[in-house]
Design a protein around this ligand. Structure first.
Ligand SMILES: [Zn+2]
Length: 113
């Protein structure tokens, strides 16, 4: 399967990855800065390919605060490019932030039923 010219590998079915609860055929590749409330986040996408998170989670984007004490935002303190913070309501309980122009594999909230 290809999305926007990017080869999308099958979701891993190993013990490190929670079962995928959605049809990958619903997925789209968007920039982190384009993620909206309720979108389901599946993977990061870069020149090395698609790197699936070990669980999917629902994004709740919020303003990024490098002084946030979640334990992950502190790693962004020297980053001066725009950052998209997709929230901390995920299995890891820390903010999942990405450079706003990085690509992510997601399922839009509107396609989740
Ligand atoms: Zn944080």
């Amino acid at each position: 399967m290809r999305i926007k010219g990017i080869e999308i590998p099958p979701y891993p079915t190993d013990e490190d990855h929670a079962p995928l609860l959605v049809d990958l055929g619903l997925a789209d590749v968007v920039r982190a800065g384009e993620v909206a409330e309720g979108d389901l986040i599946l993977a990061t996408v870069d020149e090395r390919g698609v790197d699936y998170f070990n669980d999917q989670y629902t994004a709740h984007p919020k303003p990024h605060d490098p002084t946030c004490e979640c334990g992950n935002c502190c790693h962004s303190i020297d980053e001066d490019r725009p950052i998209a913070n997709l929230g901390d309501d995920n299995p890891w309980d820390v903010c999942d932030w990405h450079l706003a122009d990085c690509l992510l594999l997601i399922v839009r909230a509107a396609r989740l039923t």
